[in-house]
Design a protein around this ligand. Structure first.
Ligand code: FAD
Ligand code: NAI
Length: 467
């Protein structure tokens, strides 16, 4: 029987990063993956392919809306969807091959097959031809990720009624797309198809978009998306989709009850969240405990209630984000090596990769109010930033929230072009427990969009210069 210091089940960002870090620390490591390629949801059907389509569709839209203003006349763009999909697939291939390379480089043994925990210390791998092999493992890390949340009355066929997975491979632009859920997937993939020509309506159960993000940011972002042509039906739920005719017919009811209406669509995208995935892992038999939301329960340091079995990523509590899974992968590898591995859940950035982007780190105003924390707000609009003004990308603003007593930055929220890159200066500052004053006194290159971050920090002390 092959024997390892660590067997990691799942090669998403949590699993593959954990395996690499453990190998760096001298462990003999195996990974078990049931899909034919490594990289998990993120690389195969999540972050990476969606960002390729976001990038390509943004350029497509730019040709009509932006380039003529710059004096670049290239005429009406012609969409070749098959080539755009190949651009996406090539990017995915490059990324998954990269993981393959890193496994080889770090002498990690990959097993392709479905992993099942027989007991602490034993993982059975069943390959697609039915052959099984049992691995001996000093420690096991479960990194099996998440799956699409299903909606009662709406059967996903991944052709006309799709999850994000189907929405990434449509072979033609739907005339009308109905998106269920105004969360990250709904807004990112809704944006892709709207840019390529779909009429997109988003139905959201709550009375706001992007729950969990700062409320003011979400309201402003909704207005920007509406200006771009997206339609929102908030406080509404889809109770069923009739797929018997040529057009799909979605039944929509006010969330609070009331008169129903029917909306026709060519494609319905179900994007109401994701659920932890532990099917077939044998966890109940192994005695591993779950929390009330079906996530693997851990002690806060990734240990389950069964000795030698750990869990990270989407399958445990916390935001379902690739970089959160990666950080946890590093932390558990270091803990298993006897070091003080740690994930700081107070400083995990979140980015929506639309145009403009929405990025946030730390607390929202709503969270600070609820916790009774006194805070100061510094805000700076991109309309007052030289670089965005001259580039005519002025939608959005930067908002910094700082403790009223200590001036320590507790949260940063940005809507704007490249917000997802800019947010990290706030993240680094927050990791060091920095203040708005620290940020405000840091020299920022001119002309950059990041100067708006400095100005927002200055605005905390009511001394922004360009406003
Ligand atoms: P996963 O990436 O889900 O990987 C789990 C792996 O385990 C899979 O490869 C699966 O095949 C394997 N597996 C499961 N069970 C077994 C078994 N029994 N045996 C062997 N293998 C098994 N996050 C971001 O941070 N940024 C983004 O831009 C972003 N975009 C996204 C876009 C979409 C459309 C989606 C769906 C998600 C996106 N996410 C994004 C979320 C991100 O993909 C997840 O948070 C991340 O992939 C979680 O990593 P993980 O390692 O926990 O699990
Ligand atoms: P989400 O949790 O972001 O949003 C789901 C939305 O659906 C919520 O607004 C919720 O109120 C709404 N909803 C729930 N039930 C509903 C119903 N019956 N009818 C109408 N609306 C309903 O989930 P989403 O967008 O599916 O994404 C899943 C996960 O993937 C998220 O946790 C996210 O973190 C991750 N992801 C991250 C990305 C990024 O970081 N850029 C991109 C895409 C996904």
């Amino acid at each position: 029987m092959a024997s390892f210091d660590l067997v990691v089940i799942g090669t998403g960002p949590g699993g593959y990063v954990c395996a690499i870090r453990a190998a760096q620390l001298g462990m003999k490591v195996a990974v078990v993956e049931k899909w034919p390629t490594f990289g998990g949801t993120c690389l195969n059907i999540g972050c990476i392919p969606s960002k390729a389509l976001l990038q390509a569709s943004e350029r497509y839209e730019e040709v009509t809306h932006m380039l003529p203003k710059m004096g670049i006349g290239v005429g009406k763009p012609k969409l070749d969807l098959a080539t755009m999909m190949k651009f996406k697939t090539d990017g995915v291939d490059g990324n998954v091959k990269g993981v393959d390379f890193l496994f080889k480089k770090n002498k990690i043994t990959p097993y392709v097959g479905t992993g099942r925990i027989v007991s602490a210390g034993k993982v059975e791998v069943k390959s697609s031809d039915g052959k099984t092999e049992t691995l001996d493992a000093k420690n096991i890390v479960i990194a099996t990720g998440s799956d699409v949340t299903k909606l009662k009355g709406v059967d996903i066929d991944e052709k006309r009624v799709v999850s994000s997975t189907g929405a990434l491979v449509l072979d033609k632009v739907p005339e009308k797309m109905l998106v269920i859920g105004a969360g990250v997937i709904g807004l990112e993939l809704g944006s892709v198809w709207r840019r390529l020509g779909s009429e997109v309506t988003v139905v959201e159960f709550l009375d706001r978009i992007l729950p969990g993000m700062d409320g003011e940011v979400a309201r402003s972002f909704q207005r920007i998306l509406e200006k771009q042509g997206m339609t929102f039906k908030l406080g509404a739920k889809v109770t069923g989709v009739d797929a018997s005719g040529k057009k799909l017919k979605a039944n929509i009811e006010p969330a609070a009850g009331g008169k129903a209406e029917t909306i026709e669509a060519d494609v319905v995208l179900v994007a109401i969240g994701r659920v932890p995935y532990t099917e077939g892992l044998g966890l109940k038999e192994a005695g591993v405990a779950f929390d009330e939301r079906g996530r693997i329960k851990t002690d806060g340091h990734f240990a389950t209630n069964v000795k030698g079995i750990y869990a990270i990523g989407d399958v445990i509590a916390g935001p379902m984000l690739a970089h959160k899974a990666e950080d946890e992968g590093v932390a558990i590898a270091e803990i298993l090596a006897g070091q003080a591995g740690h994930t700081n859940y107070d400083v995990i950035p979140g980015v929506v990769y639309t145009f403009p982007e929405v990025a946030s780190v730390g607390k929202t105003e709503e969270e600070l109010k609820q916790a009774g924390v006194a805070y100061n707000v510094g805000k700076f609009p991109f309309t007052a930033n030289g670089r965005t003004k001259v580039n005519q990308t002025t939608d959005g603003f930067v908002k910094i929230l700082a403790d009223a007593k200590t001036d320590r930055v507790l949260g940063a929220h940005i809507i704007g072009a490249e917000a997802g890159e800019m947010i990290h200066e706030a993240a680094v500052l927050m990791e060091f427990g920095g203040s708005a004053e620290d940020l405000a006194r840091t020299c920022h290159a001119h002309p950059t969009r990041s100067e708006a971050v400095k100005e927002a920090a200055l605005a905390v002390g009511k001394r922004a210069i360009h406003m």
